[in-house]
Design a protein around this ligand. Structure first.
Ligand SMILES: Cc1cc2nc3c(=O)[nH]c(=O)nc-3n(C[C@H](O)[C@H](O)[C@H](O)COP(=O)(O)OP(=O)(O)OC[C@H]3O[C@@H](n4cnc5c(N)ncnc54)[C@H](O)[C@@H]3O)c2cc1C
Length: 390
């Protein structure tokens, strides 16, 4: 898409958020209701194909424009970007590492939102230590037979397919060389969505436990090569981390805007509370940090767009933006006083949504490790062979 078409799309998303999302977000969130009507409108806007190339029926947006769209959606309701995130991460991996037949088979239907993807990496005993996954894919003729359990898989119930991370060789050393990436389409016996996990926030979209018992996936659904899946996940996660950073900027911006408005309306000690310097200092710090988070996010997105390795920058953006979002949400709540704790105001929702960005797509502790290891790599440091990841 051209630059002006991108600008028009961002404006259209902003208008969708103002007119359609903001009026209903709180109610849907408190009812924990899947926003089917909003999803249909997101389909009509083409958002399920946001970063899928135009040749496959998508909008072919840059990661930078996608980040700006995520930010706009999250000014209204963070859950909407969660519905897109795993879907577009999986589409990205198919596009970059899949073959032509797989691209033709999946991407056009994904761009239309007819096929909708969840991502299955985390397991009950393995999150940060992703290489410790146990879900096993055993080759049998023209199929892989899957056994194992995935945890926290967002969109697992409402989606139609999974980007599934499996062990094809559980004995392999180093462990990542036994990991492969398969596309699992629902249907057929052996795939059960066993439960939706109850959550603090991020409501309206399900994050589920999924059990695979002798579930068959055609061998033609193997992405790339056996044993290379870990590399594909890590590349896909760079896009996912930009999404999380942009989400955090959007939620923080919404919290700031609500606080700025409330501080002008609320009177304490005979004047609007925005006249108190203590409140002004908060507003200044909030706005400054949000702007810094936004710039880090756009920089990471621009690097990804230029094809440069962006693990350090995506990690920095995700780390800084998510910590900023958490701080800003709390400050916005303080500025609202008691009303900030009320479900009648949006601030308590931002405050419950914010911590997910600290945990999702690799916790911030793990981001710091990614950043530090990347910095050492760029400095030319070579790891002694006896040192292993903890
Ligand atoms: C709402 C929600 C939605 C999610 N959606 C998905 C999804 O769609 N697909 C999916 O696959 N996963 C999903 N996840 C899982 C998420 O990615 C993991 O929760 C996350 O990676 C952390 O893993 P864990 O929960 O197992 O924590 P653990 O790995 O058990 O970590 C616990 C704590 O220990 C710290 N820690 C662990 N190892 C180290 C270390 N080496 N050094 C320092 N500190 C360390 C962590 O930072 C954390 O603070 C989702 C999670 C949530 C909460």
């Amino acid at each position: 898409m051209s630059e002006s078409a991108d600008t028009d799309l961002i404006a259209a998303v902003r208008s969708f958020v103002e007119k359609e999302v903001k009026p209903v977000a709180n109610e849907l969130e408190h009812r924990n209701e899947y926003p089917q009507a909003l999803v249909e409108q997101m389909k009509a806007l083409g958002l399920f194909g946001a970063t899928i190339p135009e040749a496959f029926g998508g909008l072919g947006l840059s990661v930078t424009t996608y980040a700006r769209i995520v930010e706009e959606l999250c000014r209204g309701w963070m859950t909407l970007s969660g519905i897109l995130n795993t879907h577009l991460m999986v589409a990205y991996v198919i596009r970059v590492f899949g073959n032509d037949e797989q691209r033709q088979r999946f991407l056009p239907a994904m761009a239309r939102g007819e096929k909708r993807a969840a991502f299955g990496l985390t397991e009950p005993h393995a999150g940060s230590d992703a290489q410790a996954i146990r879900t096993l894919a055993r080759r049998s003729g023209d199929a892989y037979v899957i056994n194992g359990t995935k945890m926290w898989s967002t969109n697992a119930r409402t989606g139609t397919m999974f980007g599934l991370v499996v062990k094809t060789n559980p004995e392999a050393e180093p462990r990542h060389t036994g990991i492969s990436y398969l596309i699992a389409e629902k249907g057929g016996p052996g795939c059960t969505i066993s439960r939706d996990l109850p959550k603090l926030g991020y409501k309206g979209v399900e994050s589920a436990e999924v059990c695979f018992e002798d579930f068959q996936i055609p061998a033609a659904n193997l992405i790339g090569r056996e044993g290379e899946g870990f590399k594909y996940i890590m590349t896909g996660l760079e896009v996912g981390r930009v999404n999380i950073a942009a989400r955090a900027v959007g939620v923080a911006q919404a919290a700031f805007e609500d606080a700025l408005r409330y501080a002008q309306e609320r009177e304490t000690f005979g004047k609007p509370s925005c006249e108190h310097q203590a409140i002004q200092l908060k507003l200044a710090d909030m706005a400054t940090k949000i702007e810094a988070a936004r710039l880090l996010t756009y920089r990471a997105a621009a690097m990804k767009d230029s094809g440069e390795r962006s693990d350090i920058e995506a990690g920095m953006a995700k780390l800084f933006a998510s910590e900023t979002c958490q701080e800003v949400a709390l400050e916005a709540m303080r500025i609202h006083g008691g009303y900030g704790y009320s479900q009648e105001f949006n601030v308590e929702r931002y405050y419950r949504d914010a911590p997910l960005m600290i945990i999702g797509e690799g916790t911030n502790e793990i981001q710091r490790l990614v950043i530090a290891r990347g910095l050492l790599r760029r400095a030319g440091y070579v790891r002694p062979p006896h040192v292993r990841d903890d």
